[in-house]
Design a binder for this molecule. Structure first.
Ligand code: PA5
Length: 447
């Protein structure tokens, strides 16, 4: 595997017999997952998705991506939560957070429908002005408010610009296979449609059409991404913690949680990992945060955040532990220039690679945080590539399921997400919510 879990720095925090003690729970969680006997077992389609995916659809994704790359300047991706975070994370991780400024001979990609903001929506509309536009709306349910509103807007925009027939060739819909109004509407309108598999929840869907179409439009090799994930799915099968880094990560999170370390910080030393952090936060937050339980998933980009959150991590409330992502080969190099005047006194660094300085900053930070009572483990990732990112995605998905089962929650539902929606619909006057509206209005003290 191109990923290795380094637990050396955890020695002051976890004793070896503790791994032995949690091993039966790991074995039980693995059994629940593999035999599909645990809660949420209807949503385990992601487990063998990297090998057992729809090859005909995969070919259509590649074909549509090629068409989109040729026919538009701007590709608008509409979706929220699991219906956009994965695609955006992979594009920024493998290309750049500045992808849209750097891209040549391929469309810029803008994500919208992931918030309720007139300013954000107007920005994307303005970015489309005078450009050829294609749209991919992604919604499993087809009824989520944020993407549905954005789709209304962009459908109208495309129909005005290209006519109904022209728009038809520029709208790509990723939704439920059969159910739902979006599927029915798309079939009637003649849009190209892709499937969010029934047994794959939003936050586990990046390796389905949900993530793969936008990722392919960015010119990323989705075959390699799938191959990497497939190799991880074959690698992480042992129930022995010494042989399975993925399960060891799940075990460590739970051991630390039981010691009061209730916040896990994913620390990435590369700004291109910022959206990957966001994807990871949804995966773990929505999977584990229920029944009054769960580790709160937080994230940082170092060294940037050492100058903002560093103080808290070093010295604040001792409830945190860190999982550090250390990518050995990020592809690009930069040597620090010499300054004959040595104004900043940094000439001892002249000629040194930024990567070496970053690595030293990382090691120094791990030691400092460990001294400050913050357990640190390091995920050593060999390189920044499609294949290895595929492995990393699968590593975190599988660990999340195992960890959730150890926590005794259903890692595959998200009942809490409904609460705000119900209140919002009631307050907005959605038919059927009349009595709830009355009750909530009283609580808000307006009429
Ligand atoms: O992970 C999840 O299930 C959620 O984040 C959903 O993806 C999100 O709420 C969007 O739902 P939908 O795809 O039905 O519009």
């Amino acid at each position: 595997m191109s990923i290795k879990l380094n637990t050396h720095y955890l020695e002051p925090f976890i004793r070896s017999h503790e791994y032995e003690r949690i091993s039966p729970e790991i074995r039980m969680a693995d059994e629940m997952l593999r035999k599909k006997t645990g809660p949420g077992s209807d949503f385990l389609g992601w487990v063998d998705l990297p090998e057992n995916y729809d090859k005909e659809e995969f070919a259509r994704i590649l074909k549509s991506a090629e068409k989109i790359r040729k026919t538009c300047d701007v590709f608008v991706v509409i979706g929220i939560g699991g219906s956009y975070l994965g695609a955006r994370a992979v594009i920024e991780y493998l290309k750049s957070p500045n992808y849209n400024l750097l891209v040549k001979n391929a469309p810029q990609i803008y994500f919208t429908g992931n918030c309720i903001s007139a300013d954000a929506l107007n920005d994307v509309i303005a970015l489309c002005e005078g450009k050829d536009v294609c749209v991919n709306v992604i919604s499993k349910s087809g009824t989520t408010t944020e993407p549905a509103v954005a789709f209304r807007v962009f459908r109208e925009l495309l129909e005005k610009k290209y006519g109904k027939d022209g728009a038809k060739d520029r709208i790509f819909v990723t939704t439920d296979r059969a159910r739902g109004t979006l599927k029915q509407f798309s079939t009637e309108a003649g849009y190209e449609t892709f499937v969010v598999p029934d047994n794959v929840g939003g936050r586990f869907s990046v390796l389905s059409a949900v993530g793969l179409l936008p990722i392919a439009v960015a010119g990323i090799d989705i075959r390699k991404l799938m191959e990497g994930a497939a190799s991880a799915s074959r690698a992480y099968t042992s129930r022995n913690l010494e042989e399975n880094d993925c399960y060891r990560y799940a075990a460590i999170r739970n051991l630390l949680y039981r010691k009061g370390k209730t916040v896990e910080i994913l620390a990435n030393y590369e700004p291109f990992g910022a959206m990957f952090n966001e994807w990871w936060k949804q995966l773990y937050g929505e999977s584990e945060g229920k029944d009054g339980k769960g580790l709160y998933p937080a994230s940082v980009i170092f060294s940037t955040d050492l100058h903002s959150l560093g103080q808290f991590i070093q010295d604040g409330n001792r409830i945190v532990f860190e999982t550090v992502i250390d990518i050995a080969d990020t592809k690009q190099r930069f040597a620090i220039p010499n300054d004959p005047a040595n104004i900043d006194g940094l000439n001892f660094l002249s000629g040194k690679q930024l990567d070496d300085v970053k690595k030293t900053a990382m090691l120094g930070t791990i030691l400092a945080h460990t001294d400050g009572g913050v357990p640190n483990m390091v995920l050593e990732v060999s390189e920044r590539s499609e294949y290895v990112l595929g492995e990393l995605i699968y590593f975190f998905e599988l660990a999340c399921a195992i960890s959730g089962y150890i926590l005794s929650v259903n890692p595959f539902d998200q009942p809490g997400v409904e609460s705000y929606k119900k209140n919002m619909f009631a307050l907005l006057g959605k038919p059927g919510y009349e009595s709830m509206r009355e009750e909530l209005t009283k609580r808000l003290n307006f009429s």
